[in-house]
Structure formats: C-alpha cells, structure tokens
Design a protein around this ligand. Structure first.
Ligand SMILES: NC(=O)c1ccc[n+]([C@@H]2O[C@H](COP(=O)([O-])OP(=O)(O)OC[C@H]3O[C@@H](n4cnc5c(N)ncnc54)[C@H](O)[C@@H]3O)[C@@H](O)[C@H]2O)c1
Length: 257
C-alpha cells in the first residue's frame, strides 16, 4: 500500500522542474495525476512518462492566470479522474523580463483561482490537501549581490512583483488553512531555495552566479526538483494529517541566517 493510493491530484506547472518531478513522485506513490501546464505538450510528456512507468496520468493545457481555465481544469480533473484530493498550485514564472502584471497574474492570482475553485470540490468530498509553491522570496527579500551590480535587484523588472506575489501566496496559504481546516482541508506551502530547474537556468549561466547563489545556502549547494517533490508528496499524504497552514522552507538553510 503506497501513501497516495486511491488519491487524485491536479498539479499545475507539471511540464517542467518542480511540477514535473512532483507529478512523477506522487504518481509513483499511487496517485492519479492531472498534469496541467500552459505548455500542453510538456504536460502531455509528463503524463506519458508516468504512464510508461505504470502510473495513471492525464494532461491538459492551462493558463493559471485565467480564472475560467482554472475552474475548467478542476472540473476536468473530477470528470476524468473521478475526484480531487490533492491540488498542487505550483505553476509560476520568474526572471527579469516578466513584468509586474504578468508575474502577479500567474504567481499570485493563479494560486488564488486554484484555492477558490478547488476547495468547494474538496469540501463536497469531505476533505483534501492543497500545497502552494511559495519561495524563500515569500519569506525574505532576495539579495543577488554581485550578480546584478549594474542594476540593483530591486530595479530588475519582475523582482519586486515576484517577492510580492510569493509573500501573497504565504498569506493565502494561512488564510485558507484557517478558513477551511474545519472542513478537513489542509492548506500548506513550500518555500524552496534556489533549485536547479529551467527557471533558474538564465541566472545560473551568469558568470560567477552559481558560486554566489551556492554560497547563500548553508548546505553548500543548490537544490534539486526531486527534493521539493518529496516534500510535496509528504504534505499531500495522510502522514501530514495534523499539518495545516505552514510554510515549509526547503532551502538548504538559506532562511536560517
Ligand atoms: N527554481 C527555483 O529556484 C524556485 C525557487 C522558489 C520557488 N520556485 C517556484 O517553483 C514553481 C515551479 O518553478 P520551477 O522552478 O519548476 O520552474 P520551471 O520553469 O521549470 O516550471 C514552471 C512551469 O510553470 C509553467 N507555467 C508558466 N506560466 C504558466 C501559466 N500561466 N499557467 C500554467 N503553467 C505555467 C511553465 O510552462 C513551466 O512548465 C514556481 O512557482 C516558482 O516560482 C522555484
């Protein structure tokens, strides 16, 4: 008997990085996965990989910044997989060239739409587990030190929005945890440090950046998407049955100093 046997999960951002690793991990623990991503082909690839390994998965193309698409994704998950027990609001964007409005729409409103439309289905079902991907940027301000000497990080387009959105995700996590705990719904967030995914490829390619970012993590290395996936699977499982409303740093000690 695996930890997530008989559960169904909707995972956003499932085409890549943390979302993909989490889809694979939760499937390997027995959950049926709806892989959702704005990159529909990538979501299909993740679902195919899960299928090839003997798991159960489907996929859909979804832009989380569209409330109607999120609502439809929840409905499609219930129609195709028979219910919704786990919702991983993980899709997100980062990086210099994405502006305020798009960053807030995807990284914050997208999480809100997931909560807003996922929770009624879970209430009707008698409970569920929701995980939101926040960030160390939801707990502290970011310093990029020498990487951005020419342009202070505060002025890099998108950085302020990223911080604001991720702090917002932390707030939503706590509020929905308080509001729906009595209905058997646990809402928690993960705050990853720097993880080696396509999102951080650009910054890791800057000269000296990987060394600098590594130095910010007391474990002396960056994280892997599988290390976030392991925590997401735990929070989704009944082993975390009394954990509600937390923001769990998975950051190699980044926020410990
Ligand atoms: N990589 C890191 O260092 C790091 C650190 C902290 C938090 N995070 C967060 O982790 C989450 C996953 O990031 P990742 O590192 O796996 O990056 P990634 O770029 O590998 O994956 C993000 C996925 O989200 C999808 N996506 C983007 N916009 C979307 C939209 N509008 N609708 C649906 N899907 C969309 C992308 O297509 C991609 O597949 C994000 O919320 C990110 O902010 C990442």
């Amino acid at each position: 008997m695996s930890r997530l046997d008989g559960k169904t999960a909707l995972i956003t951002g499932a085409a890549s990085g943390i979302g993909r690793a989490s889809a694979e991990r939760m499937a390997s623990e027995g959950a049926a996965i709806m892989c959702a991503d704005i990159d529909g082909d990538g979501a299909e690839q993740t679902a195919l990989t899960i299928g090839q390994r003997g798991g159960k998965a489907s996929f859909l193309a979804l832009d989380v910044s569209s409330e109607s698409e999120v609502k439809e994704a929840v409905e499609q998950t219930v129609r195709e997989l028979g219910g919704l027990d786990i919702l991983f609001n993980n899709a997100g964007v980062g990086g210099g060239d994405i502006g305020w409005d798009d960053t807030i729409a995807i990284n914050l409103s997208g999480v809100y739409y997931g909560l807003f439309h996922g929770i009624p289905v879970m209430v009707e079902r008698g409970g569920g587990a929701i995980i939101n991907t926040a960030s160390i940027a939801g707990l502290v301000g970011l310093t990029l030190g020498s990487i951005s000497e020419d342009q202070p990080v505060e002025m890099v387009p998108g950085t302020g929005a990223y911080i604001a959105a991720k702090h917002g995700v932390v707030g939503l996590t706590k509020q929905f945890a308080v509001a729906f705990g009595a209905k058997g719904i646990r809402v928690n967030a993960i705050a990853p440090g720097y993880i080696e995914t396509p999102m951080t490829e650009g910054i890791r390619e800057v000269d000296g950046a990987t060394e600098y970012l590594t130095s910010l993590h007391p474990l002396g290395r960056l994280g892997q998407p599988e290390e976030i996936a392991a925590v997401a699977a735990f929070l989704a499982s009944d082993e975390a049955s009394f954990i509600n409303g937390i923001v769990l740093p998975v950051d190699g000690g980044y926020t410990a100093r």
